[in-house]
Ligand binder design. Structure first.
Ligand SMILES: *Cc1c(COP(=O)(O)O)cnc(C)c1O
Length: 362
């Protein structure tokens, strides 16, 4: 569709156009059943096929071994901040958290409701402009789990690889803003969660990939809706699931597979980010907000020399068809979010616009 804009929103974010087309048809009439996607019973065959296909697609993309469950939950990644601790943190236990930005701080605050939290690494002293270096980490001796945020959406930093985690200690990851953007070795993890609205679909559904032995690990009194076991035992159909979100995820998974899977997606994402980082590095006009070795491939944060010039940049960008580039208020400047569905050409166009703007104003 020609009037769709280049949308650099950090989330909810751009989705593959062909998936949106499929959805618009399915909402009126799902697979020629004469009933729309949102009007079908979640217990019927039509939706049954969709959720099965979504689980299969997810497993196939990430080569998820049989000893993991794939769950579709509600409450966003934010509910997982509490649910992870409620289900995994023992009464007398301690959990290690790597504090790399606003989202991980929120995860810590919720986890503290359930037990002792040890901050085993942090970059708060430099306003989260980096991933803490390995030699600065102070892990506790036997934590119930280690939690980290793989991509820090607001500050534009990303772990290049998993943080160290002792054997037999589950690694837990909030991957909301970079899930399925690169190759993923699930066996390193105990649990991965992601709100859908950055790389997977619409807001309202959360993907949880959890190793079987963690499903019923801690037995504290909890409402059924807060237990992983409730959803593992019912294939995510304990109550009415977010049917639209699951449909969309299924179609996004099929799209990822058609695009060539995580290998191809990773290669493309690296190229997309590189053209923009190259402009930042080759000019004295722009400064990257994140330290070079910690830069995110999903959210590119940068500034000019003054807030006034940033404002002018944003104004002219908007006029030239580049939307939602304003940085988060806690960082300022600009942020280009270029998730999986963001087109490679759009990144090249932004790079060109940045060069032209600096030539004119530099
Ligand atoms: C967006 C985001 C969240 C919040 O997700 P909700 O689905 O709105 O709860 C949490 N963590 C990260 C890393 C995010 O990018």
């Amino acid at each position: 569709m020609s009037n769709r804009k280049l949308n650099f929103s950090a989330g909810p974010a751009i989705l593959p156009e062909e998936v949106l087309e499929e959805a618009s048809h399915a909402i009126l009439d799902l697979s020629q059943t004469g009933i729309g996607l949102l009007e079908h019973s979640h217990r019927g065959d039509s939706f049954g096929h969709i959720i099965e296909s979504a689980v299969r697609g997810c497993r196939s993309i990430a080569k998820i071994p049989d000893n993991f469950h794939v769950l579709f939950l509600q409450g966003g990644a934010t509910l997982q901040f509490a649910m992870v601790a409620a289900n995994l943190l023992r009464e007398e236990g301690v959990a290690d958290y790597l504090e790399t930005g606003s989202w991980s701080k929120k995860a810590v605050a919720e986890a503290r409701i359930y037990g002792r939290i040890h901050i085993s690494g942090s970059s708060s002293d430099s306003n989260f402009d980096r991933i803490p270096p390995q030699n600065s980490l102070r892990p506790s001796s036997n934590p119930d789990y280690v939690h980290y945020t793989s991509n820090n959406t607001i500050f534009g930093t990303q772990w290049k690889e998993e943080p160290p985690c002792p054997p037999n200690v589950p690694l837990v990851c909030d991957a909301s803003s970079d899930i399925f953007s690169r190759k993923l070795n699930i066996e390193k993890y105990g649990l991965i969660y992601a709100g859908a609205q950055k790389n997977l679909g619409p807001a309202g559904v959360t993907l949880v990939i959890i190793r079987d032995d963690l499903i019923s690990r801690v037995d504290r009194p909890l409402p059924k809706m807060l237990r992983y076991s409730t959803f593992a035992e019912t294939n995510s159909l304990y109550n009415t699931p977010p049917v639209f979100g699951i449909f969309m995820m299924d179609r996004v998974f099929q799209w990822i597979l058609r695009e060539g899977g995580l290998d191809a997606i990773e290669t493309r994402n690296n190229k997309k980010a590189q053209v923009i980082y190259d402009v930042i590095d080759e000019s004295h006009f722009y400064q990257g907000t994140a330290q070079v070795d910690s830069r995110s491939v999903m959210n590119i944060t940068f500034k000019t020399s003054t807030p006034e010039l940033d404002k002018l940049f944003l104004f002219e960008a908007e006029r030239n068809g580049f939307h939602n580039l304003k940085g988060h208020r806690s960082v300022g400047g600009m942020r280009a979010s270029i998730y999986n569905a963001f087109p490679e050409n759009g990144c090249k166009e932004l790079a060109k616009f940045m060069q032209e703007f600096s030539a004119k104003r530099g």
